[in-house]
Design a protein around this ligand. Structure first.
Ligand SMILES: Nc1ncnc2c1ncn2[C@@H]1O[C@H](COP(=O)(O)OP(=O)(O)O)[C@@H](O)[C@H]1O
Ligand SMILES: [Mg+2]
Length: 285
């Protein structure tokens, strides 16, 4: 709506994991490096935890982008499944042919065959589990069996597990010891500091603009956004997007604290339940 007034090619604060906007903060860069290293060096398992809205799914999109279109990656977002359903989902993501009504053994055989084939081509197979805190213990155990596939030197299937902080609790289950002992890389995403948030917002404004951005936020405006969002990127995006809308209706090139406050008061009630839920998670998680 305000895009053409501010000279944006695309909306700067859309809440989608668009790699065009991937902001390489220290923690996101480090987490991405861990994922890339695990895949490239065939290290087996990597684990990333992080609060809601802090960039886990964005990391996965960036990784997929880095690995290129030919990499064999199965990304699983639906984690409310049984172990066997999970294996089927992985096969479907990898576009493997399965016999009609396959049993578990034939699913595992298909996966194994594919992994070996990829290995001979110098490729690996990567399985990504997003929102893994919801995965059943039994499904985690199936995943461990997958990572058991190895030749003398390397794992044939790389497993990247991402989830909310309570995932750490889930993984403490005694039956998952054999899995957690194999985690080669671990990272955690925190909300941004106020300084990081200011850089993040400036970066997104530049990335969205045709030339240089012709809108900016005052220091006081950033202060309020930070206080309200606590530095969680998803919430920062929501507030900044609404603040630009308020700025546009006033034909303003500089977004001040009053406009941000107005955006929060007038435009965000519809998001309020989400915000409250988020704040609770942040306070107790
Ligand atoms: N490093 C980042 N660079 C750019 N945008 C980000 C970054 N991290 C998070 N975001 C933004 O915040 C939104 C929410 O992040 P997301 O990855 O969905 O969080 P999570 O999966 O941890 O709940 C994303 O859609 C994206 O727009
Ligand atoms: Mg996510």
């Amino acid at each position: 709506m305000y895009e053409s007034f501010y000279g944006f090619e695309v909306s700067p604060f859309a809440n989608t994991p668009n790699v065009r906007f991937f902001f390489e903060s220290e923690q996101h860069t480090e987490a991405l490096a861990k994922l890339r290293y695990t895949v490239k060096e065939r290290r087996g398992i990597a684990l990333i935890t992080g609060q809601i809205g802090c960039g886990k799914t964005m990391l996965i999109r960036s990784l997929i982008d880095h690995l290129g279109p030919h990499a064999a990656i199965a990304t699983i977002n639906n984690t409310r499944v049984t172990g066997e359903q999970l294996l089927r989902l992985i096969c479907a993501e990898l576009r493997l042919d399965l016999p009609p009504q396959p049993d578990k053994a034939s699913i595992l055989t298909a996966l194994r065959r594919f992994a070996i084939e990829q290995h001979h081509k110098g490729q690996t197979v990567t399985v990504v589990i997003d929102e893994a805190q919801a995965l059943a213990i039994e499904a985690f155990e199936e995943l461990r069996l997958l990572t058991n596939l190895e030749n003398q030197t390397h794992k044939l299937i790389q497993l990247l597990i991402l989830g909310q902080p309570e995932l750490a609790e889930v993984l403490r289950h005694p039956r998952l010891g054999p899995l957690t002992q194999r985690i080669a890389m671990y990272g955690h995403l925190e909300p941004m500091t106020q300084t990081q948030m200011a850089h993040y917002m400036a970066f997104r404004l530049i990335r969205a603009s045709q030339r240089t951005p012709n809108v900016d936020f005052t220091t006081a405006a950033l202060e309020i956004i930070y206080r309200r969002s606590k530095g969680v990127p998803r919430v920062v995006n929501l507030i900044a997007d609404n603040a630009l809308l308020v700025g546009f209706t006033q034909q303003a090139r500089l977004i001040d604290s009053k406009m941000v406050q107005r955006a929060i008061d007038k435009h965000m009630p519809a998001f309020e339940p989400t915000m409250i839920a988020l704040e609770e998670v942040l306070a107790h998680g």
